[in-house]
Design a protein around this ligand. Sequence first.
Ligand code: NAP
Length: 317
Amino acid sequence: MGHETLVIIGSGPAGLTAAIYAARANLRPLLFEGLPRGTDLPGGQLMITTDVENYPGFADGILGPELVEQMRKQAERFETRFVADLVSKVDLSRRPFALALESSGETVTCDALILATGAVAKWIGLPSERRLMGFGVSACATCDGAFFKQQDIAVVGGGDTAMEEASFLTKFARKVYVIHRRGELRASKIMQQRVLESPKVEVIWHHEVVEVLGQAPKPGVTGMRLRDVRDGKTRELAVTGCFVAIGHKPNTDLFIGQLDMDAAGYLQLERGTATKIPGVFAAGDVADHTYRQAVTAAGSGCMAAIDAERFLAGHAH
Ligand code: NAP
């Protein structure tokens, strides 16, 4: 592969929106969309979501994979070029920047780079959890909470994310169980208090999930099998939703030592979408642990494309 003006890494809403804007600015972006690996799919976290009801413009909702497909087609229409490969190495210390590809082993260089590699929710790692993903198993209460009106559901985890999810879910659910593997929450006191004071919440201490029960697509989740870590005894809990909230991991291993990151590994930005290296921009969940929504990722993808366009205009190449 040769030299490119603009390369985008990532094929979720951030990368695809950046591609739409950059392509319409005649930058002919090249987008690396990744390869399926473990629980990841090209297209990002929307690929493991079913109904998306909060993306503006789709009054009747849209399926996550369909939303990604629409964005991809839109980017393709303006001549974005897609490569199904993973970037295995980046060198941001030289100009042009250099990227090595995993499958082909080839190298590509570029003048500007948009990083939209996203984040992945941490999962417990159970086969039943994977099978029921999108059918009652979720890692996003903001996205899926409204599907569980007046139902009994569970949140797994004891950190701030779990408290935030549990607190949000009390707006919809009849009962919210918080399942935590220890006898003490890791979350900040104020977040704990908000959750523990809710009459809808019951914490199940010292328990871990050994299986999510149910069938996909119907009836979806029907319960969970829990194990008491103190005596190994198992019990079943009847719930129709299981929100896994044990943290997220941004996909930033590629950039360690080259770009600034916070303690959790999220990229730190300077102005707008700019990283500390001129010509390198970031969009979406890779630099956002606060909002993590498809629409905010898409919005920041647009911003990154505009920032990259301005950078390129100011640097003849
Ligand atoms: P976290 O603080 O690392 O907490 C993860 C929780 O999940 C812990 O309670 C942990 O249990 C549990 N856990 C981890 N792996 C597990 C497994 N395999 N099975 C069962 N339980 C498991 O992650 P987080 O809650 O996502 O928070 C990440 C960072 O973002 C934190 O610094 C947090 O303060 C911040 N945050 C802030 C806000 C806010 O202020 N609004 C909201 C969200 C997140 P143990 O406790 O036993 O380790």
